[in-house]
Design a protein around this ligand. Structure first.
Ligand code: MN
Ligand code: MN
Length: 476
């Protein structure tokens, strides 16, 4: 073969990764940056699953999606776009297609919960001259990430009179914040530096500093705690017992920011997995006319603690929603029809993968690791030690999605979560696969995943959105 022939062959047979920024036209680049701005706004307003659910429902209603539970109480069902919210923490949206639901729907399923510090049910106590609050971390965190940074409190408290009080303290510039203390380097030698990370940072030491002005004289017992309870009672009418029926989350008190001189990346808390939630939301909102297949967007809670509970992906939420859709459309929602609809469907499990980190290349296998900026990432399998716990997507389904993406000029890559035997993880894919439908993990790769400041590429965010749109329109 001569040089020219070899070049031609290389173009034909070699699989070369494409950098999104190499591929974008000037107009697309502008759109990419505009999309990034909107996405940052969503992140700032969606620090918890409840807040994300609220944002999603608001966006849906603005685009004339109707609450399916309201619709079901009426006799006539002539609506094309519906949504369902469950327990204020889990949302589904659908745009009916031309085909029957029983012949299968196109689902994109993400999660809107993120790792954080939850307040315990008896949080407030005092020590030395301070009031503090006990937390119990939620999801996989590196505990040291949460020390000595400003934290905001977000959540809902159900009072003894059954009143729901929403709180958000620490997001406005003049709001106070909370923080977990850390040891000064001068004294950290024996206590921290000489020990293993897993031993040094303990969950029970993730306590929030909450105040230091006492109430009453110095003979008063628990007067620092009382000082805080007094303020809470005055400001919100909250009593100590109300914390029992509350979900209050301490999250990083900072806004999403551009990263780099060129502003090409976004740094923010909660991008796992609100990056997929937002791109899915935008993709389904964009459907102007019915596609052939019904398009469904699912936004689950509880993924970070194993998809448990009634608002997690292990629940019946998806089945219930599809059964509602069948009923609204054709009144035919017997169990056989429902099963047939479920098994005939396709799903993108929209979740992030880990981008290869320039400082920690060793934990990845370069040939199969996802890289920042190389587009939306298809992850055929997840799992730990020999794919354990993974829903391994079929070659046929991966092939189908690959075709859809190529047809729509989506820049995509594949990824594996770390080297074999290095660790691993899972997504909601396997809980959806149990219905018999095809499921493939698909989302952008991020750096510093599960940290208070995760990094994404604006190009990947935009490409993910375009990829999800392509799936809704072309996965027939
Ligand atoms: Mn995730
Ligand atoms: Mn996660």
């Amino acid at each position: 073969m001569n040089k020219k022939e070899i070049e031609k062959l290389k173009k034909t047979v070699l699989n070369k990764a494409t950098l999104v920024f190499d591929q974008l036209t000037r107009q697309q680049k502008t759109k990419t940056f505009e999309f990034g701005e909107e996405y940052k706004g969503f992140l700032d307003k969606s620090k918890t699953e409840r807040e994300a659910a609220k944002q999603i429902v608001q966006a849906a209603e603005e685009r004339d999606f109707v609450n399916i539970d309201t619709l079901l109480t009426k006799k006539q069902h002539t609506c094309n776009k519906v949504y369902k919210i469950f327990q204020n923490r889990c949302v589904a949206m659908a745009v009916f297609g031309k085909e029957d639901i029983v012949s299968g729907v196109n689902i994109i399923a993400s999660h809107i919960d993120s790792p954080r510090l939850d307040l315990k049910q008896n949080p407030i106590y005092e020590d030395l001259s301070m009031a503090l609050m006990k937390t119990h971390y939620y999801g996989g965190i590196r505990k040291y990430h949460w020390l000595a940074i400003p934290l905001a409190l977000h959540g809902t408290i159900i009072t003894s009179e059954n009143k729901a009080i929403d709180i958000s303290i620490g997001e406005q510039p003049d709001d106070p914040v909370f923080t977990v203390t850390d040891l000064l380097p001068h004294l950290a030698g024996k206590t921290q530096n000489d020990k293993k990370i897993s031993e040094v940072f303990q969950g029970e030491k993730l306590n929030l500093v909450a105040g230091s002005i006492p109430l009453g004289s110095d003979i008063e017992k628990e007067r620092f705690k009382l000082g805080i309870l007094n303020l809470l009672y005055e400001q919100y009418g909250i009593k100590e017992e109300d914390f029992i029926s509350a979900e209050i989350e301490a999250v990083p008190a900072q806004k999403a920011r551009d990263i780099g001189f060129d502003r090409s990346m976004i740094g923010s808390y909660g991008q796992d997995d609100r990056i997929c939630a937002y791109t899915t939301l935008k993709a389904i909102l964009d459907i102007k006319q019915s596609e052939n297949k019904t398009a469904i967007a699912l936004f689950f809670d509880k993924e970070e603690i194993g998809s448990e509970g009634s608002s997690g992906a292990k629940s019946n939420f998806l089945e219930d929603f599809i059964s509602d859709l069948l009923f609204v459309r054709s009144k035919d929602c017997d169990s056989r029809t429902l099963r047939k609809a479920l098994t005939s469907s396709s799903c993108l499990s929209a979740d992030v993968n880990a981008a290869m980190d320039p400082d920690y290349k060793d934990v990845h296998e370069a040939l199969n690791a996802a890289k920042l900026g190389f587009g939306v990432c298809m992850t055929k399998f997840t799992g730990i030690a020999g794919k354990a716990g993974s829903s391994d997507a079929s070659a046929e389904f991966v092939g189908k999605i690959r075709q859809v993406f190529n047809k729509n000029k989506i820049v995509w890559q594949t990824g594996e979560l770390g080297k074999i035997d290095e660790g691993g993880g899972g997504t909601i894919a396997k809980f959806i696969a149990r219905y018999g439908m095809n499921v493939l993990d698909c989302g952008p790769a991020v750096l510093s995943m599960h940290s208070p400041f995760e990094i994404s590429s604006k190009a990947d965010v935009y490409m993910t959105y375009l990829g999800y749109k392509a799936f809704y329109s072309d996965n027939d």
